[in-house]
Design a protein around this ligand. Sequence first.
Ligand code: HEM
Length: 217
Amino acid sequence: MIALTTPYLWYATRATGIVTMLLFTGVVALGTLVANRVGGTFIGRFEINEVHRSLTMVAMVFLVIHIATTVLDSFVSTGLISAVVPMTSAYKRIPVALGAVAFDLILAVWISSLLKLRIKNQTWRFLHWFSWLAYAISLVHGYLSGTDAHHGLGMALVIGCAGFVALAALWRFLGRPTRAAGRTALSPLASPSVPPRPRGPGAFPRTPPRPPSRRRR
Ligand code: HEM
């Protein structure tokens, strides 16, 4: 096997780790907006959901680079297996194990979202809850393994991200709208209070005639 070691790989691991953490913070924040049905005329829920999905893709690319640079850097003994199987890394065993657990959970959430149309909505929802756990574990991983995470800007970033997502979680649980009976935010049946439209030839007129408008005196 070719030994590949250069400080640039280590710099890349650290830089992509921090960028991944910031991107997942944005992903979780946008997901909270979607779940709490935020959206108006300027930017609607559909657009917010699209940004949430696109940002997830960007975060996944950075995460893969973060893992690849770690594995390629032969200065540290971290194999490809340790990216998915916890406690198999000789380097920073527990912090890297936490990174692997977070990665496994993120993969489960991501794959379930790719298969969203093929699996039960309740299954997708259940798996999507793991994103909170994955995020929390990845923050602990970043804090424990980060070279600069215990002081200065590195620590400020970890604490800032943790505080921001803690507020988002609080708002998610306190401000969430009435449960949509297992329906997703973007489903056409998202609002249970709106009865389904009648279909077929006898369904017209679709909207009842308006009552004459009353003027205020
Ligand atoms: C799940 C998402 C992950 C996130 C958000 C994440 C984020 C981070 C962050 C923020 C750091 C600290 C960078 C610094 O301040 O120096 C870091 C370090 C590190 N990560 Fe990850 N990571 C993740 C997954 C993984 C996985 C699966 C591995 C296993 C290959 C891994 C391996 C490492 C290593 C070895 C370091 C320490 C680099 C050093 O020696 O300074 N990470 N990660």
